[in-house]
Design a protein around this ligand. Sequence first.
Ligand code: GRG
Length: 299
Amino acid sequence: MQDITQNIILALSNRADAVEARLDKLLPPVATAEGEVVEAMRYSALGGGKRLRPFLVMESAALFDVDPEQALQVAAALEMVHCYSLVHDDLPAMDDSDLRRGRTTVHKKWNDATAILAGDGLLTEAFAVLASAKSHPDAEIRLELIAELATAAGSAGMVGGQMIDLSPDRSKLDLAGITRLQALKTGALIRYACEAGAILGRAQKEERAALRLYAEDLGLAFQIIDDLLDHEATPEETGKPTGVDSDAGKATFVGQLGLEKARARAEALVASAKSRLDIFSGKAQLLREIATFVLERRS
Ligand code: GRG
């Protein structure tokens, strides 16, 4: 067991507060008839979540001394895409879940149509947030941020991974198949989070490659821990139903490797993730510590 320091808890909480305030500003309530969908968007985007992806954007950007305001804008856009994916994932046609971040899911609080529209709104408007000059004064950088997020969220990334996850052959996946599915479904946005910092900071090729490798190791470790929590944690801890994947007969890392080996694999991945950051020396300390947090998290 590795120790999570107070330092990382505090840093994560500070960044989360900044993201919350930025999302609140980006998604103001609307008093006219369409205001209901904005309420649903605000409900899903505000007041919850670890804000891990925004943290990764802000800390990878800090490696290159990027203006924190720019990093925050990109972090908020990415969190909007993540929140959209959670709202849609909870729908009856997908995971059919009543609980998310310890609260009633959007389709249960409103209805399916509103949840679909709230997700659509968050996804679409995330790109407007990136297109704003607040993300970066250089339009070429903004274009790269937009293009990379579209790829990470689309069929070559998260949407593709979700499709495989829902396919009838899902239960037959072997370890390589599960690894690929998760690299797309969960890994693509985590990778984007780290590369966004490199894009904002006009990083050297080898610096961006190091962040990509860090993100790939971290994303896989994150997913293995998610599988472990599905077995070991309570809904009170995770804020969502547990035992879901095992009950649905899905092939998971835990199912393939067993609890002990899955844990060992996640530990090895986190150690590898940290070693990818060697070229940044002391500047990457919080990125190393967040990797330990991912390993030890209970939610
Ligand atoms: C609907 C296109 C579409 C995709 C859905 C991300 C996703 C794909 C589904 C979420 C389901 C799930 C439990 C995935 C496992 C890993 C994961 C992404 C967990 C949720 O992310 P956290 O733990 O959540 O970072 P918080 O609430 O902390 O933001």
